[in-house]
Design a protein around this ligand. Structure first.
Ligand code: NDP
Length: 328
């Protein structure tokens, strides 16, 4: 059936400015790491992306290696863009990345100019996009000089293959160095993509301060700790869940009794707030105005709807924050 987006799509979503840039991002963005690959039913992936767009989610995050098989999430998005969203290309901010292993040999991994530029060319082919809005270096490279990697991001932006540059999983010192080099090249770093959730608060130890000082936005990945910060694992590992899939990145060993004890206690606080645990966890990530967007994953339309409804209650009483901090 021909897709017609709902007219109200920009009425309810909250948009936040990304650092000191011209870009605003939806407070909830959608990532295609899991559930959008060649192994997944295309119709479900399609329904999720279109429902997200109807809810005002204008930012879709991909990477060269998302699938499985690697590259297939970009193909899924490309097909959808062609069939359903081509008239809305300019309403979307689409990102991809390179930095993890993508093809064999010395040029398909880490942070060389050779890898980043050839990977981006492949990503453009797979999606059929003329350009990405945002291109990330996916993880720091301990061997390649940072000047080369940042030089590649600058070259990519200047060539028009991406409009903005970003970095992911860089620590505060690496971030400050990258920001300085990019500033010198006059291609400022738009955004940083770190792991951030109630269960992983590392970025509070310096990174958020660095981002604020540099005027760089922050989009938090795995805000639900891959599904741990929901009630789904309280009674075992459900069939079809991420932890049940051999290619899923959430390993069953991570779901210990200690973690479940924390999840139960957090769930009690969420219930007292009148929210699901997923909703409270997203509101918690967004409580810091330096976090531009919470980057969720999903396996159903229902999850996306529930997660976007987190925006109905973002404020926390100081006692609630203390209680949450005490549990983890
Ligand atoms: P989340 O922490 O949001 O976990 C998403 C998973 O949680 C879903 O697949 C689903 O699991 C479950 N879930 C989501 N909403 C609900 C709900 N309301 N109720 C119950 N379960 C729910 O994020 P991801 O781990 O998926 O990561 C999000 C994005 O971040 C990725 O797609 C990617 O774009 C980016 N990312 C970037 C990284 C980087 O290095 N830069 C690393 C990792 C992610 P299930 O499938 O079991 O239903």
């Amino acid at each position: 059936m021909t897709y017609e987006p709902v007219q109200t799509r920009y009425k309810t979503m909250k948009y936040r400015r990304c650092g000191k840039s011209g870009i605003k991002l939806p407070a909830i963005s959608l990532g295609l790491w899991h559930n959008f690959g060649g192994v997944d039913p295309f119709d479900v992936s399609r329904d999720m992306i279109l429902r997200a767009f109807d809810l005002g989610i204008t930012h879709i995050d991909i990477a060269n290696n998302y699938g499985p098989p690697p590259g297939s999430a970009e193909e899924t998005f490309g097909k959808l863009l062609k069939d359903d969203l081509s008239a809305h290309r300019d309403e979307l901010l689409v990102s991809t990345k390179a930095g993890w292993g993508m093809w064999p040999g010395p040029y398909g991994d880490f942070g060389s100019r050779k890898y980043l530029i050839s990977s981006l060319d492949q990503s453009l082919k797979r999606t059929g996009l003329e350009y990405f809005d945002l291109f990330y270096h996916h993880r720091p490279d301990p061997e390649t000089p940072l000047e080369e990697t940042m030089g590649a991001l600058d070259q990519i932006v200047r060539s028009g293959k991406a409009l903005y540059a970003g970095i992911s999983s860089y620590n505060p010192e690496q971030t400050a160095d990258a920001a300085r080099i990019l500033k010198e090249l006059r291609t400022p770093c738009l955004i940083h993509q770190p792991n951030y959730s109630i269960l992983n608060r590392t970025i509070e130890q310096g990174l958020l301060d660095t981002l604020e000082a540099e005027g760089i936005g922050c989009i938090a990945f795995c805000p639900l700790a891959q599904g741990l910060l929901t009630t789904k694992y309280l009674n075992g590992i459900p069939e079809g869940s991420r932890a049940s899939k051999p290619w899923g990145f959430l390993k069953a060993e991570r779901i210990t009794e200690d973690v479940l004890k924390q999840v139960r206690a957090l769930n009690d606080i969420a219930a007292a707030r009148g929210q699901s645990l997923a909703q409270m966890s997203l509101a918690w990530v967004l409580r810091d105005s330096r976090v531009t967007s919470a980057l969720i994953g999903a396996s159903s339309v229902k999850q996306i709807e529930e997660n976007v409804a987190a925006l109905d209650k973002l404020d926390f009483a100081p006692e609630e924050l203390t209680q949450i901090g005490g549990i983890v």
